[in-house]
Design a protein around this ligand. Structure first.
Ligand code: ADP
Ligand code: MG
Length: 271
């Protein structure tokens, strides 16, 4: 299928449809009311689209990704990948967290191929392991163990480990949150390069407004208690985007204002 946003490339990703989902968590003591983590959230994502989700802590971003991953079920509403309802976790929906969660006893190669081993596909797809190590520029580290890797390299292994399953949707929960500012900007380009080469549909949770503007086709702004979608902003700037262009800075001001941070908090700290 060729999507409307990027007509030149056939995406590996699928579309995603979230229809009016709600999710609450009961409190540990009976006197406290349950937390309405998500309240009537609807969102449609096109195949191959890159969406960022931003909003203050506790507004339900991770809960939303867990529901899409199939790790949890909504109280109400439906989720679909293409035409298929989401009922369980699946290798076709990859998840990458802030902590790369690598297996310390496995090499870079061992970590990247875990998904193939688990599904009994290693023999058939061994060549792909090399391909993905090349893709994230870690060929020369194939035999290295995680404790020898920098934060950025470890996160590249985590990305390759998710991408080797050819996910139709890649869910990224603040994957670059623990990296220093310079590594973070390099990794943003890395993720964009991976996205552009495969056109996996990506949902990126981030606290960093600049990261959201630099990377996404659209930015979903959420508000807490109850967790709702406050606004969706399309970013139509051409890539590669200039972080200091007037259009970029204008958009940044607009988002800060929507998050009620304009003027009273240092920019880019909407956590
Ligand atoms: P975010 O990722 O945006 O910071 P979360 O999705 O982690 O927010 O959490 C949304 C709300 O739901 C928060 O108030 C959080 O305390 C609550 N919550 C999330 N997961 C659980 C859980 N397993 N049990 C109880 N409350 C939860
Ligand atoms: Mg979270």
């Amino acid at each position: 299928m060729v999507d409307a946003l990027h007509p030149d490339i056939t995406p590996e990703g699928s579309s995603l449809r979230i229809e009016n989902i709600s999710k609450s968590f009961s409190a540990t003591d009976s006197a406290t009311a349950p937390t309405l983590a998500l309240d009537g959230v609807s969102l449609t994502v096109a195949a191959g689209e890159l969406i960022s989700i931003i909003g203050p802590s506790g507004c339900g971003k991770s809960t939303l990704l867990r529901l899409i991953a199939g790790l949890d079920r909504p109280d109400a509403g439906e989720l679909y990948v293409g035409a298929e309802p989401i009922t369980d976790p699946s290798a076709e929906r990859g998840l990458v967290f802030q902590d790369p969660n690598l297996f310390p006893w496995l090499t870079v190669r061992g970590n990247i191929q875990t998904g193939l081993v688990a599904r009994g596909l290693l023999h058939k797809k061994r060549a792909e392991v090399d391909e993905f190590m090349r893709l994230v520029d870690l060929e020369s580290f194939a035999k290295a163990f995680p404790h020898h890797l920098s934060g950025g390299m470890a996160q590249r292994v985590a990305l390759a480990r998710a991408l080797i399953n050819h996910p139709k949707i890649l869910l990224l929960d603040e994957p670059l949150g623990a990296l220093d500012a310079f590594t973070r900007m390099r990794m943003q380009d890395e993720v964009l390069r991976l996205w552009q080469s495969r056109r996996t549909t990506m949902l990126l949770v981030t606290h960093d407004i600049d990261e959201a503007i630099y990377m996404s086709d659209r930015i979903v702004i959420m508000s807490p208690r109850p967790g709702r979608i406050e606004r969706i902003i399309a970013v139509t700037l051409e890539r590669p985007r200039q972080r200091n262009s007037p259009e970029f800075l204008h958009l940044r001001g607009e988002i800060l204002e929507l998050l009620h941070f304009a003027g009273n908090t240092p920019a880019g700290t909407a956590s």
